[in-house]
Write a protein that binds this ligand. Sequence first.
Ligand SMILES: Nc1nc2c(ncn2[C@@H]2O[C@H](COP(=O)(O)OP(=O)(O)OP(=O)(O)O)[C@@H](O)[C@H]2O)c(=O)[nH]1
Ligand SMILES: [Mg+2]
Ligand SMILES: [Zn+2]
Length: 307
Amino acid sequence: MSVDSGTVVATFGRQHEVETRTGARLECVTRGRRQDCACGDEVAFRITSPGQGVIEAVLPRRTYLERADRFKRKAIAANADQVLILTAVEPPFSDEFVMRVTLLAHAAGIGALIALNKIDLPALEAARTRLAPFASAGHRVLEVAIQPRDSIGSKTGAALGMHVLKASLEGRATVLAGQSGMGKSSLVNALVPDAGARIGDISSALNAGRHTTTFSRLYRIDDHTTLIDCPGMQEVGLANLTPSMLDSGFADLAPFMNHCRFADCRHDKEPGCALQKALADGYVHHRRFELYTRLRDEVTAARAAAY
Ligand SMILES: Nc1nc2c(ncn2[C@@H]2O[C@H](COP(=O)(O)OP(=O)(O)OP(=O)(O)O)[C@@H](O)[C@H]2O)c(=O)[nH]1
Ligand SMILES: [Mg+2]
Ligand SMILES: [Zn+2]
């Protein structure tokens, strides 16, 4: 049987859905147990029976986004150009989650764009304030209302900010990351009309019956624009980062760290610490410094344990 190439468009554990060059879909397994492939991968496959195939090889990747705990690296997506981190006015998002994903993008050498969703809700200012440090660190922060609601919670009105968001996805492969309830499925449905992604209703009583997506999927927005939805990113381990990647990933703090008296400054109580001085002088947010030290300690501990 001949070998052809295609794109991995969905992963369910060890099962992968491959889109062939003619647009057909095949259910595929990987050949070796160690073969790891991710949504977005270009693969060489062989058809084994109608609708089924085997992935023979993963073709060279342009980029590879992954996360890791101290035991295992986990693929997120391959060949992506950027990550879109979706946050929302409500429910509250974790700035630590946002920071972790920007660091994974940094480690993969791709950009991270942030969108604040649900700007129709009243707590907008507080959410903006929490995202301000990311804008200072050089990330683009867009504001949208993908599926605005009225005061009694019915879907109403036109979406806001979608033209700008669409323009920033145009022509790129984008990984969509965000905590539960931020509006990822709503975004997929807005951009890919036949996607049919399930939209959970976080406001429903006790969150009962809420559908959460459990596998990654690549959606085609147009011929040269794709969106990879990656649910299940609740844990964003950074064990694959080196300490220097972490430092440079904090783009707002890194310039100060380079001026500490000691090259191995821990930015704690060392004399001549430029980062502590920047903090005291108000050039650095306390929250950013706190996040930095926490994530640095995690990265250092994970490396000490695993490598
Ligand atoms: N008020 C308001 N609600 C929105 C907006 N966009 C989405 N929602 C609602 O937010 C809730 C969560 O949206 P989802 O798209 O299911 O969120 P998700 O990120 O896919 O969540 P998980 O699948 O749990 O990871 C739904 O009830 C949406 O209708 C918006 O712009 N404004
Ligand atoms: Mg969802
Ligand atoms: Zn220092």
